[in-house]
Design a protein around this ligand. Structure first.
Ligand code: C2E
Ligand code: MG
Ligand code: MG
Length: 395
């Protein structure tokens, strides 16, 4: 172990700090001690390998120190600790991650030596939420050019029925094939598309491609539902239900096999026209899904007012549910709520067997995530389905 860099212990209680120092030195690291934020700040110059930070510094200085570390782009591994409610510890852990720090995790006090050892030895957690920001947005002119040049591509991610493991649907996910930057994900262009008023064109293009693809799959005897994401910004266009119905009919796609996932929270300027449009879409036979359920603004109000047919749990809850009691409670209650309202409940972001087992135990209806399959090109779907069915012993 390259232990030349010390572990900085920040703890108001000097006795406890020294006890911890003894323990950490026994594990094999040098230590530094600070009993306040003021003492800790200059010690950052010593480039500590890790910081064991007790949140209970006076005057909420623990939280201030997390801010300081973020502002100083500190690359030390951060372990938050303290004799506080577990939920406060997890919130501080999330805050540290959100400030782009390298976070090993949270350790309640009294500190468990083996957990601390594990964090110090292996806690090389390089995920930085901040790094998503590197994804520079495409400029409006580039976007327009891309739309005109037909650079829109659609990937499809399978959705599986939990009870039967049957492949039942795909979600259409847009990509842009940028001439110089390669294939771009929605994170790089969606905000600009919405701001510049090009979202209607983009959605139409995605919807058309998805319908064409569904028609091609039908030729190969593959009948399934397709889900398309719809930005709430489009819910001011009163012609939308007719346009969508017309496009589906022209491609001979049964409207009941189309799910419209309303992506964002409904911070709509014109709630009446949104209600008008969504109700008519449902009356025309389309399925309506509330996407990223649990993250949105006035979600309960929406559930009460909009005739949704599906609830899609946000992946942040699904992903944390196996290790986080609060996330698990949210998933469980959401599924129950969805079922009480007569909705189909879909979990997205299933990455591991444990995630799948959990949502399956909780009675979720459908699942989607990297554990099952990543988004793929339309022409790869039939082969994937054959493979999936053969794994299940079905033909
Ligand atoms: P979403 O509708 O919630 O779609 C799920 C996103 O999660 C997709 O990201 C998908 O690739 C990703 N994903 C699926 N399974 C997993 C998993 O197991 N782990 C992780 N970490 N991620 C997973 P993508 O394709 O980058 O899309 C991001 C968002 O962009 C979508 O979130 C949706 O809100 C929006 N979007 C995508 N296509 C369209 C579109 O055609 N129109 C509109 N308006 N929005 C779109
Ligand atoms: Mg979606
Ligand atoms: Mg989502």
């Amino acid at each position: 172990m390259g232990n030349s860099r010390a572990i900085l212990i920040v703890d108001e209680n000097r006795d406890q700090a020294e006890q911890l120092a003894t323990l950490i030195e026994r594990i094999g690291f040098e230590t530094l001690i600070a009993t306040s934020r003021d003492e800790a700040l200059p010690l950052l110059e010593r480039d500590p390998r890790a910081i064991l930070l007790d949140l209970m510094l006076t005057k909420e200085d623990g939280i201030r120190l997390i801010r300081d570390l973020g502002e100083a782009s500190c690359d030390a591994l951060v372990i938050v600790t303290g004799d506080v409610d577990r939920r406060i510890l997890s919130a501080a852990e999330r805050l540290a991650r959100a400030r782009s720090l390298r976070v090993a995790g949270a350790l309640p006090k009294p500190i468990d030596e083996s957990a601390l050892r594990r964090f110090l030895d292996t806690g090389v957690d390089r995920t930085r939420i901040g790094s998503r920001g590197i994804n520079v947005q495409v400029a409006q002119t580039e976007l327009l050019q891309c739309l005109e040049d037909g650079c829109v591509e659609v990937k499809y991610q399978p959705k599986i029925e939990v009870r039967t493991l049957e492949f039942v649907a795909v979600e259409a996910l847009v990509r842009l094939n940028h001439p110089s930057r390669g294939q771009l994900s929605p994170a790089a262009f969606l905000a600009m598309t919405e701001e510049s008023g090009l979202i209607g064109r983009l959605t139409r293009s995605v919807f058309l491609k998805a319908l064409e693809q569904a028609a091609a799959w039908m030729e190969e005897h593959l009948q399934l539902q397709i889900a398309v994401n719809v930005s709430p910004l489009l819910l001011t266009n009163l012609d939308l239900p007719e346009t969508f119905a017309d496009l589906a009919d022209r491609h001979k796609i049964d409207r009941e096999n189309v799910v419209l996932e309303i992506t964002e929270s409904w911070v709509n300027e014109e709630p009446v026209s949104a209600l008008d449009i969504l109700t008519r879409l449902r009356m025309k036979g389309f399925n309506l899904s509330i996407d990223d359920f649990g993250t949105g603004y006035s979600t309960m109000l929406q559930l009460n007012e909009i005739p949704y047919s599906e609830m899609k749990l946000d992946q942040s809850f699904t992903r944390n549910a196996t290790r986080d009691r609060e996330a698990r409670a949210i998933v469980e209650s959401s599924i129950e709520l969805g079922h009480k309202l007569g909705l189909k409940v879909v979990a997205e972001g299933i990455e591991k067997q444990e995630d799948w087992d959990l949502i399956s135990d909780m009675g979720c209806d459908e699942g989607q995530g990297f554990f099952i399959a990543r988004p793929m090109a339309g022409d790869q779907v039939p082969a994937w389905v054959r493979h999936w069915n053969s794994c299940l012993g079905r033909t």
